[in-house]
Design a protein around this ligand. Structure first.
Ligand code: NAP
Length: 307
């Protein structure tokens, strides 16, 4: 039986692993694959993590993992299919069998949201992408578009502008949500054009993306935009398919937990992008890992005292 099982190998899970081992807890971290480091791995450049200005996201994710490994965190590659609260012990069902633990930390992060427009699914991987740093290189000297107005969309557009002939940023409002420093950089680029108040209604193409249909939400005017690649960056959704209803989630599916990372079920915690919080950043995920283990330690001490 483990003291602590952590689900997810992103910044929150890895940070919790380091704190778990330091607290003397028998800690196991389960990740889908050795490359399940969360969204940081596909971030081109991280500019706002203290002490690591301008670091490539993949390198940062690898650094986090090396640290956890060096501290002695045990890793297991498996797909988690469900979890069960049995009071003093928790069961984790995986495609490799069941595991038992005294406490459980859900740090399974979030994944890209979809636009849900015709052509998106059919042309996925054929010019429709959710990861500019993974697929951008295929679009050298081509015309591309990024959909969204948050940090990811703007970062993606800046990244693509380095080698694409032209990049459109398609945003549904006339104001970006992204950090001001990113907006300033984006708006200074000569090959980027922001299409304000526009939504994508369809993505067209035979074997590859050829165009996108846009509608101006203020005037209702439609236009067809020729392009070869379209990168969708319209936010994230929590990875909670394995989480039972017994663990409270908000209307968007985020696991309800405060800064102490405690869920409504004793001994089960949530950390990082999967939990309800105001700011989803690497630094807040790393902090969650530390706070969650502090709560785990408190719970284990209290349950020992009551036995
Ligand atoms: P986000 O901040 O939620 O932004 C999503 C964007 O997509 C918004 O501009 C939103 O428009 C737009 N959108 C949502 N649904 C749409 C739809 N159906 N059609 C068209 N547009 C739609 O998500 P994100 O940029 O993926 O970032 C996720 C989280 O990671 C955020 O908390 C972000 O701060 C964080 N992050 C931070 C950094 C950094 O600090 N450097 C880097 C990457 C990510 P509205 O603005 O109109 O709502």
């Amino acid at each position: 039986m483990e003291d602590l099982i952590i689900l997810g190998g992103g910044p929150a899970g890895l940070s919790a692993g380091v704190y778990g081992v330091r607290a003397g807890l028998k800690t196991l971290l389960i990740e889908k694959s050795a490359m399940s480091g969360g969204q940081v791995l596909t971030t081109y450049e991280v500019d706002n993590y203290l002490g690591m200005k301008g670091m490539n996201g993949f390198d940062m994710g690898m650094k986090f993992k090396e640290h956890a490994e060096a501290m002695g965190v045990n890793f297991k590659e498996a797909e988690v299919t469900g979890i069960e609260d049995m009071g003093d012990r928790k069961l984790v069902h995986t495609d490799q069998g069941d595991l038992e633990t005294k406490t459980l930390l859900l740090a399974s992060g979030a994944s890209h949201s979809k636009l849900h427009v015709p052509g998106e699914e059919e042309l996925a991987g054929m010019g429709v992408s959710y990861c500019a740093t993974c697929d951008g290189a295929f679009f050298k000297n081509k015309v591309t578009a990024v959909v969204g107005g948050g940090d990811v969309a703007v970062e993606d557009a800046i990244f693509l502008a380095r080698f694409c002939q032209k990049v459109y940023l398609i945003h549904r409002r006339n104001e970006l949500r992204a950090a001001k420093i990113l907006q300033d950089e984006l708006l200074s680029l000569p090959n980027v054009e922001v299409l304000w108040d526009q939504v994508v209604t369809q993505i067209k193409g035979e074997e590859q993306v050829e165009s996108a249909m846009l509608r101006n939400v203020k005037t209702d005017v439609t236009q067809e935009l020729s392009l070869q690649g379209i990168f969708i960056a319209v936010g994230i959704e929590p990875n909670t398919e394995y989480v039972p209803d017994q663990i409270q989630q908000d209307e968007k599916g985020y696991i309800i937990a405060g800064e102490d990372c405690c869920t409504n079920v004793a001994g089960i915690y949530a950390a990082g992008d999967v939990r309800t919080k105001a700011l989803r950043q690497i630094v807040t995920a790393v902090a969650d890992g530390a706070n969650a283990v502090t709560s785990v330690q408190k719970y284990l001490l209290e349950s020992k005292a009551t036995k």
